[in-house]
Design a protein around this ligand. Structure first.
Ligand SMILES: [Zn+2]
Length: 509
């Protein structure tokens, strides 16, 4: 508590802050904790800091591991003094974030008139209905309309699904690919649970675009459509995403991470602080609130009042649970750091029983991803490669639904890059392409395993048919005189009268 008071006081607004123009002067500090004490201090700050003042882009994880923090203009002076006072090694990685946003994303359309034109084109141009120009960001309404148009025009391969409704009343939409039969395995891919991670939303949209436009000439995609059921939900947190688009050059809006749930308050040691939003990826019922999450509503990692308190996470967990038993892989796309994360992330060296298989496929996926452009990913559990956290969707899915392959992917750039969430637009398509290459490793595993189990089944069925005969000649007579004999003496009848009793499918081979 004392530390929190000190930190809060340190980050209090200086007198000149109100003269700054909205969004001017946001800086990103790269801090290097070099001792255990500094690391613990940074972790404490990460868990308690108000997002409005200090927003962690790259969380503290290990001694000598960099921490990236976006600091609001009215607090940069005090923050710098604080770092110097405590002997931190640091540099200012981004001098003026607003300028960088204008430079990198300045031509991104967030105007409703542009959206209206795009929607009109989407509606009128029948030949264009399935193709979205990639390398761009789109509003949620454009993305939703696009999903609807695909489902309307390609009912043979895609079906529109509604996972739930957000706190602000938006439908959380996705597409279901492939013909569903009860024996098929299911894969779910989502993105955008964290609002500011636009590259993840673009990547999921790219996957959809690729599937609907390349399927005819791409045997691999056709193979997936024939053999698995694939769900893609490109924006799990549409309220947050739309909020990040309200002012494209204001870091306070653009760098919003949470949902847009109503204000909650908590006493932070100095005052009663009230803020909107919950980190939905800390709100799942897996070791809720244990670690890497915050009970302060103004923190960017605020876990909410209780597990599944939020309509988005609750609805999504119910959707995933409805697929239990068939859901073989679950992949959630985030940015950034170039990591392929698997369970469990709340504590080091805590794994599910099938960790060897999980790790094998992750290693293969990372290798395949890197083959495209040489991008280097690391794989491991949260505490092994980034930091410990609880309440995340993949850990919940792994533990509760026993999903074989449950992965969180942190996309480009690497954690050593200084531009973080502001990915250069010319990196968007390569990011999506290489991620698809990694994801296909998981899709191939699920598809091939299902196909080989089908082959095994049909081979067994063939052998059973070959062996399907009566060992004794009196079977028909027995059945006539005792109609229930096949059921009552089943094991004997499988051996002696399998054909007459229609029990060939139960012959042991
Ligand atoms: Zn994220």
């Amino acid at each position: 508590m004392i530390l929190r008071v000190i930190l809060t006081v340190i980050l209090l607004c200086i007198a000149t802050c109100h003269s700054l123009e909205k969004g001017d002067g946001f800086q990103v500090f790269r801090v290097l904790p070099t001792t255990n004490q500094q690391l613990l201090q940074m972790i404490r700050l990460f868990e308690t800091a108000d997002t409005d003042r200090a927003d962690f882009w790259h969380a503290p994880s290990v001694v000598n591991g960099t921490v990236d923090i976006m600091v609001a203009p009215e607090h940069t002076g005090q923050f710098q003094k604080y770092l110097e006072k405590h002997g931190y090694t640091y540099q200012i990685a981004i001098q003026d974030l607003r300028t960088l946003l204008i430079e990198k994303e300045g031509n991104i359309s967030t105007h409703s008139t542009d959206d209206a034109f795009f929607m009109k084109r989407l509606h009128d141009d029948v030949g264009f209905h399935s193709r979205l120009r990639m390398g761009e960001y789109y509003s949620y309404s454009v993305l939703s309309t696009w999903l609807q148009r695909i489902a309307e025009n390609m009912p043979d391969i895609a079906k529109l699904i509604k996972v739930g409704t957000t706190i602000e009343g938006r439908d959380i939409l996705g597409l279901k690919f492939g013909k569903d039969t009860p024996d098929k395995k299911v894969v779910v891919i989502d993105a955008g649970i964290h609002a500011r991670e636009w590259a993840a939303i673009h990547t999921a949209s790219y996957f959809i675009n690729l599937i609907v436009n390349s399927r005819e000439g791409d045997p691999q995609i056709q193979n997936y459509l024939d053999n698995i059921v694939l769900y893609i939900i490109p924006v799990l947190n549409p309220d947050g995403y739309e909020y990040t688009r309200t002012d494209k050059t204001n870091p306070r809006a653009r760098m919003w991470r949470k949902s847009r749930s109503p204000k909650a308050c908590a006493f932070d040691g100095v005052r009663n602080s009230c803020c909107m939003g919950v980190d939905l990826n800390r709100n799942f019922d897996f070791r809720f609130s244990e670690i890497g999450a915050s009970r302060y509503p103004c923190s960017e990692i605020y876990h909410g009042p209780s597990a599944f308190s939020e309509p988005e996470s609750k609805a999504y967990s119910q959707f995933l649970a409805s697929l239990k038993g068939r859901l073989e892989a679950y992949i959630t796309l985030h940015s950034y750091s170039q990591l392929w994360i698997y369970s469990y992330s709340h504590r080091k060296f805590t794994y599910a029983p099938d960790i060897d298989e999980t790790r094998r496929v992750a290693a293969k996926a990372v290798q395949e991803l890197g083959r495209m452009y040489g991008t280097k990913y690391r794989h491991g559990t949260g505490p092994e490669i980034i930091y410990a956290f609880s309440g995340g969707s993949t850990d919940w899915a792994k533990e509760t639904l026993k999903i074989k392959y449950s992965y969180t992917i942190e996309l480009r750039p690497g954690y050593e890059e200084w531009n973080g969430f502001v990915l250069d637009k010319n990196q968007l398509i390569p990011t999506a392409k290489e991620t698809w290459a990694g994801v296909t490793v998981v899709l191939d595993e699920v598809t091939n395993q299902w196909k080989s189990s089908k082959n095994r089944e049909s081979e067994l069925s063939r052998i059973r048919q070959e062996k399907c005969s009566d060992r004794l000649s009196g079977c028909a007579y027995w059945l006539q005189s005792s109609p229930n004999i096949c059921r009552i003496s089943q094991s004997t009848m499988i051996r002696d009268c399998a054909k007459t009793c229609d029990l060939c499918h139960m012959i042991t081979v």
